[in-house]
Design a protein around this ligand. Structure first.
Ligand code: PMP
Length: 413
């Protein structure tokens, strides 16, 4: 492939950092457009994982031997790196979790159990991932609280006036997705947060799809919690973070009980550790946390603004090219989007689209993308979704679109 320079980035050089991209699938060069499900990992992240296991595998925090100290230092380096990555005031406001789902469940189990009571209200949007719906339904069931949902328009944008109408002194929490995995919609989170704070509600942002694409600044946003997964931002699976403001984290009870989260344990009672350790019971996912730092380095070395510019070019290109396909309808046409192209084709089931594209080496996701209420809202079962990362190219989009033309010609009823 010749050198591709886009938004000041040398895309070929970037592609060379990702071993997995250089393979054939079904006899065709792999085109990986399933980045919203999980992005691929650069060699630096993979090397950090093997480097830990081959060089200094050891449990952290409690050991005083050399390997334990090395592992502890590397683990805590990631916390400091994450602090910079989202611009939190302190590293102690960063809790390592299994990922976004775990982070949201942590908030529901701790903040939710302590501060949300009968008759209180929690507001979410129509476009939430199941992981930002079900934990609140469970909490509402337990506490007799009420879940309210902000409606969206045809383009897949929240109707802000409807959100304002839902807010009241009963609202205790607003939990919204920063960028939708199914539609790509970027929500006006700064405005959402400011409005919620006017009625004294706290705000949790689901940053799963924002982390790799949007500059995150929790101080500027003034959100109370932010959840994200490393694996959607070039990092390893099985880890992610929950950011919480210190004053809130200090007031809420621990998530799980066990080692690491305590100061002192006796049969007469236990005192808990300080934040963030109060929320990190047991041996954490040491290797993946350590490797996550290299994913954040990768993103920041390229520059999120450059990444976003390249991805926006890809999104604009795919939006225009996909519309040349007979019977194709885009789902999610918000003004402000991350690089997600969701679509359906009249007369061909999305699963068939996915399988037929896979035969051409193109990996897209199909289904409801864990957003069934959103699909119900559009009266569809699911979509085919192409989601782009920094290593994708317009030439790859051409292959997908040519493939779709071919599929439509052969199979459309
Ligand atoms: N929220 C959004 C917007 C997502 O896209 C996802 C993953 N598809 C999640 C939450 C859940 O993330 P995880 O499975 O990594 O916990």
């Amino acid at each position: 492939m010749s050198t591709i320079v886009s938004s000041g980035l040398d895309i070929q050089k970037i592609r060379d950092m990702f071993p997995v991209l250089h393979q054939e699938v079904n006899g065709k060069p792999l085109i990986y457009f399933d980045n919203a499900a999980t992005s691929q990992k650069p060699k630096s992240v993979i090397d950090a994982l093997t480097g830990y296991y081959e060089g200094y595998n050891s449990n952290i925090h409690r050991g005083i031997h050399t390997l334990a100290e090395k592992a502890t230092t590397a683990f805590e380096e990631t916390r400091k790196r994450a602090q910079q990555f989202i611009n939190s005031r302190e590293a102690e406001e960063i809790i390592f979790t299994k990922g976004t789902t775990d982070s949201i469940n942590l908030v529901a189990s701790t903040f939710g159990r302590k501060f949300i009571n009968e008759g209180d209200e929690i507001i979410i949007t129509t476009m939430e991932h199941h992981s930002n719906i079900v934990p609140w339904q469970l909490l509402c069931e337990e506490k007799g609280a009420i879940l309210k949902v902000i409606p969206i328009n045809e383009a897949g944008e929240i109707i802000f006036e409807e959100y304002e109408k839902l807010l009241s002194e009963k609202t205790k929490l607003v939990s919204v997705v920063y960028a939708s995995n199914s539609l790509g919609t970027v929500n006006p989170v700064e405005k959402i947060i400011a409005k919620a704070h006017e009625v004294g509600a706290k705000v949790l942002l689901d940053g799963a799809q924002a982390a790799a694409h949007i500059v995150l600044d929790v101080q500027k946003l003034n959100c109370d919690f932010l959840a994200l997964s490393a694996h959607k931002a070039y990092g390893p699976t099985g880890t992610g973070i929950l950011y919480g403001k210190r004053e809130i984290l200090e007031k809420i009870p621990p998530y799980q009980g066990g080692g690491e989260m305590i100061k002192d344990v006796s049969f007469n009672g236990t005192t808990y550790n300080d934040i963030p350790y109060k929320f990190e019971a047991g041996t954490p996912n040491i290797a993946d946390v350590i490797a996550f730092k290299y994913a954040m380095d990768f993103i920041d070395e390229l520059g999120k603004t450059n990444i976003a510019q390249h991805e926006n070019d890809l999104l604009a290109y795919s939006t225009s090219q996909l519309q040349t396909v007979d019977g194709l309808k885009l789902v999610g046409t918000a003004q402000d989007k991350v690089s997600v192209s969701s679509f359906i084709v009249d007369g061909i089931h999305h699963f068939d689209l996915g399988m037929l594209l896979d035969a051409k080496g193109v990996a897209v996701r199909t289904g409801h993308h864990c957003t069934q209420p959103l699909m119900d809202n559009f009266c569809i079962e699911g979509t085919a979704r192409a989601s782009f990362a920094v290593y994708n190219t317009k030439a790859e989009i051409d292959v997908m679109v040519e493939g779709l033309h071919d599929i439509v010609k052969k199979y459309r009823k």
